[in-house]
Design a protein around this ligand. Structure first.
Ligand SMILES: NC(=O)c1ccc[n+]([C@@H]2O[C@H](COP(=O)([O-])OP(=O)(O)OC[C@H]3O[C@@H](n4cnc5c(N)ncnc54)[C@H](OP(=O)(O)O)[C@@H]3O)[C@@H](O)[C@H]2O)c1
Length: 275
């Protein structure tokens, strides 16, 4: 069975709440309730424009600092060394924390040398502003390059991942580098919920299609950060640790994947395409 507490890398909890697009009181309330329910991890970013509300939720949940794991991300327009350090400090000030658990580069930025950005990211870690550091939306080639340059471990590559997208190459690269995979859009922005195969498999376990989509990922040791603005779905998305998909079911779900199955069509200007 999968542990609900953490992946084996960087102490990243296996399930967290994604907060992109959560705003105002809804954001603070969902963060608070998620942590109370047992989600160990909250995912935000300077670009989400909700770090203040995420911070409110963290304080309202009543947990001690060691009891939750918070990730934030630096936007690529702040990847020059001085900008990165300032962006990290501003995120901490909005969150009202002295340190985040994980600080990520949000998207690759080919306009700024990776060596400069990684140097600044490693420095921010050594300054004690982030317990761990990592990347997001890095291809195999970029991850190989980043790991070779960085003089601190890159514990995470946060990438789009769900049953409709084949990310096997980048997952293999992450495993090779001992970099945890954190899956964003793990229920395909809600698309998993309507899928016939996932619904059928879910029925056999008394679970929903969204729960099958999440279980499919965590059963491979991949951390998930589903987002919801609805309290009842917080509980639904968390209830994935009391059943197991058979090998045959895992293979059937894997057959839904497509190399072009992205649901997120954004890419930072000039970012390399997935290979
Ligand atoms: N690093 C990056 O570049 C990047 C990119 C995209 C996302 N992310 C992170 O990953 C998080 C999750 O990804 P996401 O927000 O793109 O997509 P997602 O979590 O796959 O899907 C969220 C959508 O699914 C719905 N939903 C949630 N639970 C459901 C359930 N049990 N049944 C049916 N529908 C359900 C939600 O609607 P309701 O609110 O109505 O429940 C929402 O519309 C983000 O919030 C963000 O933190 C990171």
């Amino acid at each position: 069975m999968v542990s609900i507490f953490s992946t084996d890398i960087g102490g990243i909890p296996i399930i967290g709440l994604g907060t992109w697009d959560l705003r105002g009181r809804t954001c603070a309330r969902m963060v608070e309730q998620a942590l109370r329910l047992g989600y160990g991890h909250i995912d935000t970013a300077e670009m989400y424009n909700n770090e203040r509300e995420v911070g409110e939720g963290l304080r309202a949940c009543g947990l001690g600092r060691a009891e939750f794991f918070i990730t934030t991300k630096v936007w690529p327009s702040h990847f020059a060394a001085r900008d990165l350090e300032r962006a990290a400090k501003e995120s901490l000030s909005r969150l009202r924390l002295s340190e985040v658990d994980l600080l990520l580069l949000h998207w690759p930025n080919p306009q700024i040398p990776l060596r400069e950005t990684l140097g600044a990211l490693c420095k921010v870690k050594r300054m004690g502003l982030a317990r761990s550091i990592g990347v997001s939306n890095f291809t195999v080639a970029l991850l190989d390059e980043a790991v070779a340059i960085a003089d601190e471990p890159l514990v995470c590559n946060q990438i789009e991942m769900h049953p409709f997208l084949d990310q096997s190459k980048v997952v293999a690269a992450c495993r090779r580098h001992r970099t945890a995979v954190v899956a964003y859009s793990p229920i395909a922005r809600g698309g998993a919920a309507g899928n016939a195969l996932l619904t059928r498999i879910g029925k056999a376990h008394g679970k929903t299609a969204a729960q099958v989509s999440l279980r499919f990922l965590v059963q491979q040791g991949i951390a998930v950060i589903p987002r919801t603005s609805r309290r009842e779905r917080l509980a639904e998305n968390f209830a994935i640790f009391d059943f197991e998909l058979s090998q045959q079911e895992m293979a059937q779900i894997a057959s839904l994947a497509d190399r072009g199955g992205h649901v997120v069509d954004f890419a930072f200007s000039g970012s390399p395409k997935w290979d």
